[in-house]
Design a protein around this ligand. Structure first.
Ligand SMILES: O=C(O)CCC(=O)C(=O)O
Length: 291
């Protein structure tokens, strides 16, 4: 649970770090899960020893990460910030190689990748290693969650990076570290401008990253992952909240193959694995209710 002060910090700055959410034993179990063949093979295929890899979707690869995605210590924080009906939007293992000098990640807002009908989305990053300025920890621009959606496109195509560099260059005093020791978490708003520099440490940096959305967020573009829409807290209310916004839907070259056209499909909100897991939850709940 977040204290009132932590919640106030989140809403003021657009992010907050919370130390010691998971014990050393729990972190060790997560590291072991990250070391199992399904995940190691997938990382190797993506050349994780040379570059940043965001392994997605993570929860179907190992049950430890499915359990982590719905762990009350995470979902209760999410519920405090965005309400009682929480779905997983996506999950990933974000690795940075130990090769010194490798792995910068450009400044961006997460919302630019996954436009929704409103901004009730947050990202929780769980540190599997101590995350420091030396090993490529993330930085954020304080207060940038109030900027609205910035431009991440060229000629309408998503470039995966914010192109408005004045936003972080003009006010360096607003750029602040968003880091924690292993077992800690950071939480940031979907509009918080953030990025991470190269790893200079010679040590790996692994983060498990969950993006959560309120159930009333309806995805407008991009493709959905197998675990998108997994109900991790509360029950679905089947209400969509729309706030006024003009958003140029970004086109994504690589993702036409998933959805048949470059903006993705607004009709697909729940991935196949999330559907199956949600059905299991419904069955469990109705059995319990009938007992
Ligand atoms: O891996 C990193 O350092 C950056 C991760 C990130 O910014 C993201 O997943 O949105």
């Amino acid at each position: 649970m977040l204290t009132e002060q932590q919640q106030a910090q989140f809403w003021k700055n657009g992010f907050v770090s919370v130390e010691s959410v998971f014990s050393d034993v729990e972190v060790d179990a997560l590291r072991q899960a990250a070391g199992r063949p399904a995940i190691q093979d997938a990382l190797e295929k993506r050349r994780a020893s040379e570059r940043v890899v965001h392994l997605m979707p993570l929860t179907p690869l190992d049950n430890a990460f499915r359990e982590l995605s719905r762990h009350p210590r995470l979902t209760q924080c999410a519920a405090q910030l965005i309400g009682n009906d929480i779905q997983l939007s996506n999950s990933k293992l974000a690795t940075k190689p130990s090769t010194p000098g490798a792995g910068a990640f450009d400044w961006h807002q997460d919302f630019a990748y996954y436009t929704h009908t409103n901004y009730d989305l947050i990202t929780i990053s769980v540190a599997l290693d101590d995350v420091t300025q030396d090993n490529g920890g993330m930085y954020a621009v304080e207060g940038s969650h109030q900027y609205g959606l910035l431009d991440h496109t060229r000629d309408g195509w998503m470039v995966g990076a914010c192109i408005e560099s004045q936003r972080w260059e003009a006010n360096p005093e607003l750029v602040a570290p968003m880091m924690s020791r292993a077992g800690g978490i950071t939480i940031h708003h979907c509009l918080t401008l953030h990025g991470s520099p190269v790893n200079r440490s010679g040590n790996p940096r692994r983060l498990v990253i969950f993006q959560y959305r309120a159930g009333h967020c309806y995805q407008l573009s991009d493709h959905i992952w197998d675990d998108t829409g997994y109900q991790v807290y509360g029950t679905p209310r089947n209400v969509v909240k729309c706030v006024p916004m003009n958003v140029a839907l970004p086109k994504n070259r690589g993702w036409e193959r998933y959805c048949g056209e470059p903006h993705g499909s607004v009709y697909r909100q729940i991935g196949p694995i999330a559907k199956q897991w949600n059905e299991e939850t419904r069955r469990r709940q109705s059995t319990t209710a009938n007992d």
